[in-house]
Design a protein around this ligand. Structure first.
Ligand code: ZN
Length: 165
């Protein structure tokens, strides 16, 4: 409990990276990056893969790393907290402009997480006691700013609705 620090949001991000919806590098449709055992201490590069059900694109990180030059370092450098999947660095599927800011998420669970946090702030303002710390998010200010919250929630809902469309 006392270990809930400002790093909790980071920790949470790790929980969402096992399945990241991305833009397919082949057909620009919706593809999925899977890193099922990412929470193990030494995850297998051969098990991290990007799969597209629209065009059949299917590559493991191992396939790709082998023929990519040192400079790009895909699979060698993991990127977190940016609107790309951590492994292949493909743009996330769930992203949209919000008044000049980028609202994005790795997957639906991540969107729900964001909505829960923003919603919690909203409820807090409306007089309900809600333990925001239990969600432990550290979100950008624009996302939780009082004036934006309801619109942010609407935008999240729109993104969610678009996933299955
Ligand atoms: Zn594709």
């Amino acid at each position: 409990m006392e270990t809930r620090t400002k790093n909790t949001y980071r920790t949470s991000l790790y929980a969402f990276v096992k399945q990241v919806l991305v833009v397919c590098p082949n057909c620009t449709g919706k593809a999925l990056v899977r890193a099922d055992d990412f929470d193990t201490p030494k995850y297998e590069i051969s098990l991290v893969k990007v799969v597209c059900t629209s065009c059949g694109y299917n590559k493991t990180l191992e396939n790709i790393s082998k023929r990519i030059d040192e400079k790009q370092k895909r699979g060698k450098v993991l990127i977190f907290g940016a609107p790309v999947d951590p492994f292949f660095h493909l743009p996330v599927w769930l992203q949209t402009d919000f008044s000049g800011e980028l609202l994005w998420a790795y997957n639906l669970e991540h969107l729900d997480f964001l909505a829960a946090h923003v919603g919690a702030k909203l409820r807090e303002r409306n007089g309900f006691k809600f333990n925001v710390k239990s969600i432990g998010a550290r979100l950008p200010r624009w996302m939780t700013a009082a004036d934006n919250r309801e619109e942010v929630l609407r935008t999240i809902e729109k993104l969610k609705a678009g996933v299955n469309g």
